[in-house]
Write a protein that binds this ligand. Structure first.
Ligand code: 5AD
Ligand code: SF4
Length: 444
């Protein structure tokens, strides 16, 4: 069977899509381009309004392939699938499988059943009470940069967020299973591992944990011989333990970067969001991190136009941006999600006002990003190469990779294939969102 995966949303979806792809190939399926696919697998995101609409328009587009070949069918997974569920079948009859995150482990078997029984439809939407371990392919090489799931779900119920409803309660994966997977990945070529979870700092603090804290997990994984870079997403400021901050000063392969979503710089808004920290507490964490690891690359997420956000609240956010000077940030206009508490909050902000605030915030961030990237000019950085760059010169091939702070570095080189290699570069120039480097010496 020939399949094609279309990923939307967060890195957890990308990782789920990657696992599905590997697993299906180990069962003899073939990954093909869109035109040749018999089965489409879509991983979806409903964290904001637009990604959800993207799924509907995508299904509209995929219908053309079904019109040409009625055997073609689609599996829809992830957060929109969890929410919309079997209603997909009414609107798009060629959707024959819907699965939530807890159902992902069973998708390959379900797809095989669907292929052999054309009258069947399957829904895998139940929430499980434990982390559903997935079949792991222990053979074959893996990519130099690889993601590892350490938990699923979230218990925080921030008032704007749909994730606790679509991904269920927090369930930590057993530390022994995580470490075993990491060791296997490193032995098969992984050089950088990124641990994934909705809220990794509360790893182990649910009833499924085995007593291992997140800091202890970091130490155990960092010790794996041959692992060159270790990172993790996403962290909640209220849960970041001192031991995790300390780890940045102790573990040489722990990448000096942290994505720490602040959402707002106003205490009133943070409280209404149910974030359970203040701007002062957040600034203290930043100071603490910078004392331990002076060059740590901090990134964040913002929501602008949360219900009741005043001009003063918004200015508090701008002020926090100026104080912290994030390397980069993602910022979004608040979007009502069905069933979340903020949906019923009064004082919704007009769309136009939200757009204006977003623009002001993004302009400020862009200025800071450029200034910070310019400070890198002249520095030597090690780049883990992802693949060929979008930029291409007339005579030489350009490659794209990331430094240990997650910054994109493009550089020219005549070496034949640098994907997965490390190279030392000197930064020559800063672009708006990336750096241009010059290669030094031999790749390794
Ligand atoms: N509206 C806008 N942005 C949201 N996010 C989560 N829920 C919403 C929402 N309802 C943003 C947050 C989060 C990121 C993944 O998406 O900033 O950190
Ligand atoms: Fe959503 Fe808050 Fe959980 Fe993040 S921590 S997934 S924002 S509820």
């Amino acid at each position: 069977m020939c399949f094609h995966i279309l990923n939307f949303g967060c890195q957890m979806n990308v990782a789920d899509g990657h696992w599905l792809s590997q697993n299906l190939m180990s069962r003899g399926w073939t990954a093909v381009s869109e035109q040749d696919a018999q089965v489409f697998i879509i991983t979806t995101c409903s964290v904001r309004e637009k990604p959800e609409q993207k799924v509907y328009s995508l299904l509209g587009r995929l219908k053309e392939y079904v019109d040409k070949n009625p055997d073609v069918f689609v599996a829809v997974g992830g957060c929109v699938a969890q929410q919309v569920g079997e209603e997909f079948w009414n609107r798009f009859p060629f959707v024959r499988l819907v699965f939530g995150t807890d159902g992902t482990a069973m998708v390959p078997q379900a797809l095989e059943r669907l292929v052999s029984d054309p009258d069947l439809r399957i829904s895998l939407l139940d929430f499980l009470d434990y982390y559903p371990e997935r079949e792991h392919n222990e053979k074959g090489s893996v990519e130099a940069q690889t993601f590892v799931n350490i938990m699923q779900g979230c218990d925080n119920f921030c008032t704007y967020c749909i994730v606790p409803f679509t991904r269920g309660r927090q369930k930590s994966r057993a530390a022994s299973a995580v470490v075993a997977e990491c060791m296997s990945l490193v032995s098969r070529g992984a050089r950088e591992l990124t641990l994934l979870g909705q809220n990794v700092n509360s790893y182990g603090q649910d009833k499924h944990g085995d007593g291992t804290s997140f800091a202890q997990l970091l130490h155990r994984i960092s010790d794996i011989p041959g692992l060159e870079r270790l990172g993790f997403v996403t962290s909640h400021p209220k849960d970041i333990a001192q031991e995790v901050v300390d780890a940045f000063g102790m573990l040489s392969n722990l990448s000096p970067q942290l994505h720490l979503p602040v959402q707002s710089g106003s205490n009133a808004v943070l409280q209404a969001m149910g974030r359970k920290y203040t701007r002062e507490h957040y600034l203290e964490i930043v100071q603490n991190l910078r004392q331990t690891c002076p060059h740590i690359a901090l990134t964040t997420d913002f929501i602008v136009g949360f219900p009741g956000e005043t001009q003063k609240d918004f200015e508090d956010t701008l002020d926090l941006v100026k104080k912290v000077r994030f390397v980069s940030s993602f910022s979004f206009k608040y979007s009502d999600r069905p069933g979340v508490r903020a949906e019923k909050f009064p004082d919704k902000i007009e769309e136009e006002e939200k757009s204006q605030r977003l623009q002001i915030l993004q302009d400020l961030q862009n200025r800071i990003t450029i200034e910070k990237l310019n400070q890198m000019v002249g520095q030597e950085v090690t780049v883990l190469v992802e693949g060929p760059s979008k930029i291409q010169g007339d005579t030489q091939t350009f490659w794209r990779g990331r430094d240990c702070g997650g910054r994109i570095v493009n550089f020219a080189s005549s070496f034949p294939d640098l994907s997965g290699k490390m190279v030392l570069t000197t930064i020559q120039e800063a672009k708006r969102h990336s750096l241009i480097g010059e290669i030094r010496g031999e790749p390794w």
